[in-house]
Design a protein around this ligand. Sequence first.
Ligand SMILES: N[C@@H](CCC(=O)N[C@@H](CS)C(=O)NCC(=O)O)C(=O)O
Length: 202
Amino acid sequence: MLKIYHVPGTRSLRVIWLCEELGLDYEAITVDFSTEWRMRPEWLAMNPVGKVPVMTDGDLKLFESGAMVQYILGHYGNGRLEPVHNTRDHALFLQWCWFAEATFARPLGEIVNHRRALDEAHQSEVAISEMQDRAWLCVKAVDEALASCDYLVANEFTAADIMTGYSIFLVTRFVPRELPTHIGAYWERISARPAWQRALAQ
Ligand SMILES: N[C@@H](CCC(=O)N[C@@H](CS)C(=O)NCC(=O)O)C(=O)O
């Protein structure tokens, strides 16, 4: 069975959301998010940089949320929630999946890290605002992509919406600005999905 090492509010939500959408059996194991706990040799053996999530399937261990999503689609998806491989739509699907983590979630994660790692006297509102601006460029890119469609790829809900949806969730928590029209409606649409609601409740 898939075991997902989970901390509420973190990227493990992507993996749980996907399992819920696909109706897969999985075990969510909630772990401690303190730096002390994550930097213990036992956890570093699970994730070499001491982050979450981690997912195991038998003796396979993965420590990148996007890789977990692609592995689950490949092994248990039966073609659901992704376009046919080696098509133009699949290329766009890969682009949005990577964009969601490598470009969009990056400044948002750094806002969280900045606030957690530094005491208040050393936190820089200028640095945080710069990271929020970087995230906002991504918000605008997603907004524009959704101007004439309901979902990012082939106008159907796919795992690219799960990857991106989690990044938008971070925006709603760490960037105090109102989402533009299209991405705002999209977030309402995808966050109303029962599978996301069940993931959030874990
Ligand atoms: N690219 C990694 C990022 C993992 C990551 O940054 N996880 C956050 C929680 S969502 C974390 O563990 N942060 C603690 C830290 O960086 O110290 C992924 O997608 O799994």
